[in-house]
Design a binder for this molecule. Sequence first.
Ligand code: FUL
Length: 485
Amino acid sequence: MKHLVVFVILILATSCWLSATKDIPANPVVPSPQQVEYQKMEIIGFIHYTVNAFTDKEWGDGSERSDIFNPTELDVRQWVRAARLGGMQQLILTAKHHDGFCLWPSAFTEHSIKNSPYKDGRGDIVKELAEACTQAGLKFGVYLSPWDRNHPDYARSEYITYYRNQLRELLTNYGPISEMWFDGANGGDGWYGGANERRTIDRKTYYEWPITWNLVKELQPDILIFSDAGPDIRWIGNEKGIAGETCWSMFDRTKVAVGDADQNYLNTGDPDGPHWVVGECDVSIRPGWFYHKSEDDKVKTPQQLVDLYYKSVGRNGTLLLNIPPDQRGLIHENDVQSLKGFKTILDETFKENLARGAKVMANSQWSHDARFAADNIVDQDIDSYWAAKENDRAATLTLHLDAPATFDRIMLQEPVRLGQRIAQFTVEAQVDGDWQHIASATTIGYKRLLRLTPITVTQIRLKIIEANNTPALSNVGLFKASALE
Ligand code: FUL
């Protein structure tokens, strides 16, 4: 009996191992496991906070006194609650924005929270938020502005030492940091220790980015680095939260300099790019990045946020939504309401996949192995997938639903750990015995969402028209949008 149990366990373990390892061959360019996990978060939050909340400015010039930073009701747990209400899985904090004021008591400057009334100079918002995120199961990322309009040495080599010292502090003293955000906005007028002048830098050489990136990875091996040029996550090329209609995660980092990049290239990625660099779509819930009372009635509505979700996550990007705390140190009630409404609509829309369990037929399949069978696309499991026959570059999948279903949203997902393959596809529905075109698009990647007018049918077919390798799909979904949308 004992032997039999051991034998069964061995068989089970072997088959698990086989199914975990036997994949179709991957593309030459694939994501790291961290990049795969990163995209699954879908929605992440940005916290822009500094002296600007007290001066009503978007960019502080660096001359602000530290003691004007005086939030009286600051509660990082309220930020985290708001983030969770909005479905965010990670928060990125502006530890230092262009004005140079530090939200942690850096040992390398006096221009920080330690000289502010907040907690009588004993506060550390980086620490507080890192802890609150960990407690709530959120990841935590850091923004450290490369441009510093306060520092006397900005534009000289001494500043690079200062900047790296600060990175060391942030990346060693606060536990795991999941994302490091390097802004491309750089150089210009500033206070610069009282010099009050214009300082420009050579964006291509001044920061010696590859050295800084190495330092970051040395200190936090699992971190993902964001900048115009990646190396892991790239700016999507606009601050409106919108990815290109065509959006490849492949990219050529060597074609881009931080702060000096072709915005169309960032927006669409590059089908021939040799690097995997996921697009991140940053946008603020308000017109500005920082809190201004005058914008309390300009907070994006839940419906506007949902639209952005379709244009970012629904186009193979992640949505980085900024929610700036106010002078109290709280996320304003209007922003919280919008976040809540946004998440309610998404939950309602995507709660029931009408394609779940449909019968799926494919005119092409990798092998007879169930691992690549067509119905894997409706099993709700992101890791299982269908793959076409080796060397095929096009295929048709037909879904037969049990009963007529009414839907107006289509979701498609590729198993991106094997690379991004599909370049063009159409969707048709059978209406009165005829196949009618209902949607078409180019790339899919981690997720593609399509919106259409509601249609009621029992059969749809998906035609993959062009791919750079054997096409594969992990999920197809049909949904009916929430009436609130
Ligand atoms: C820009 C900055 O200049 C804005 O203030 C903001 O931080 C945004 C996310 O990036 O480049």
